[in-house]
Design a protein around this ligand. Structure first.
Ligand SMILES: Cc1cc2nc3c(=O)[nH]c(=O)nc-3n(C[C@H](O)[C@H](O)[C@H](O)COP(=O)(O)OP(=O)(O)OC[C@H]3O[C@@H](n4cnc5c(N)ncnc54)[C@H](O)[C@@H]3O)c2cc1C
Length: 290
């Protein structure tokens, strides 16, 4: 989701920004399942009394130990906020694929790839291992008045897109494109009537060249109903999507929710410079790419 949206000025429905207290808790890995060759599901448990499922793309910050000391410097909760230690500890963001209060479980699905702190952790973690988790943080929610949805996700945004698809309000129609490395990465999703899912594969030359563009060009958009776009994935992959949204009159943070989840060739580690840039962008109400 955009970290901060443009002020809605349009007639018709707009996305609702959910703001709420953020917590910090140490959770335990209960199970680890290899979902597909490149996707690992971790099921976490612990004290989840404060947790609530608020938005399908809600996410958490995982706080990892400092590589030099092996110690984790978790933030401290202060009312509705968290005080983060300085320097900022190693963190990465992941989607809450499912929160099951009755079972006391939180599911997270990790894309595994070479050379990533979070990815390496997800590949080696064992039941009984523990992890500090800040969040969950919600963001924008589309009201049912958006009768038609376009949902675009790459592999990292598949957990969010899967929840969006599963939690669509009754009667809402959707066209969903899920871009994964190859056919082995497809997952079974619960899909209602009126929802069409198209799997795109990076090993298809047209997809690797043009990403979501051919899919978007083939959409039959409604002329007389409010519609919205949700898109998550690699920052470069989303550039043409941002252009397309603008050309179709959508405003990010108001009638569209487009978020860069990662950038090819760049770690998502929070550096002091990046934290400062994020704060400046926040003050100026400019979207972060990833
Ligand atoms: C709100 C939000 C929700 C997210 N939810 C999820 C989720 O549910 N599941 C998920 O898997 N990811 C999710 N991501 C993306 C994830 O946080 C990034 O992929 C992150 O960079 C992974 O951290 P890392 O430590 O493994 O790699 P980093 O240390 O950040 O990066 C190391 C290198 O790996 C590359 N890299 C990073 N991710 C990938 C990838 N997926 N494939 C190939 N190369 C990569 C980087 O470009 C860099 O060169 C989410 C991101 C955001 C912002």
């Amino acid at each position: 989701m955009p970290r901060h949206g443009d002020t809605p000025t349009l007639a018709g429905p707009t996305l609702t920004l959910l703001d709420h207290p953020i917590g910090i808790q140490e959770l335990e890995v209960l199970r680890r399942d290899q979902l597909t060759p490149r996707m690992v599901r971790l099921v976490l448990g612990g004290d989840l009394a404060r947790w609530e499922a608020r938005a399908p793309d809600e996410h958490v910050k995982l706080v990892f130990p400092d590589p030099e000391t092996g110690m984790t410097r978790a933030p401290v909760a202060d009312g509705d906020h968290l005080h983060w230690p300085k320097p900022f500890p190693p963190t990465r963001e992941y989607t809450v694929r499912r929160f099951d209060r009755e079972r006391g479980e939180v599911w997270m699905d990790f894309v595994v790839h070479p050379g990533g702190l979070a990815s390496d952790w997800a590949e080696s973690v064992q039941p009984g291992d523990r992890l500090w988790v800040a969040g969950p943080r919600a963001g924008y929610v589309a009201p049912p008045a958006f009768a038609y949805r376009v949902v675009l996700a790459d592999h990292t945004a598949l957990p969010a897109a899967a929840r969006i698809v599963e939690e669509l309000p009754h009667g809402v129609r959707a066209r969903v494109a899920l871009l994964v490395p190859d056919a082995a990465e497809e997952q079974d999703l619960v899909v209602r009537e009126g929802v069409e899912v198209t799997w795109l594969h990076e090993d298809d030359p047209e997809v690797s060249d043009r990403g979501f563009e051919p899919f978007l060009a083939g959409l039959d958009l409604p002329a007389d109903e409010p519609w919205t776009l949700w898109a998550g994935g690699e920052a470069g992959l989303l550039k043409p999507v941002r252009r397309w949204a603008k050309e179709h009159g959508l405003v990010n943070g108001s009638t569209a929710d487009i978020s860069g989840y990662w950038k090819r060739g760049r770690s998502n580690a929070v550096t002091p410079r990046r934290r400062l840039a994020h704060r400046v962008k926040h003050a100026l109400r400019i979207d972060d790419d990833a």
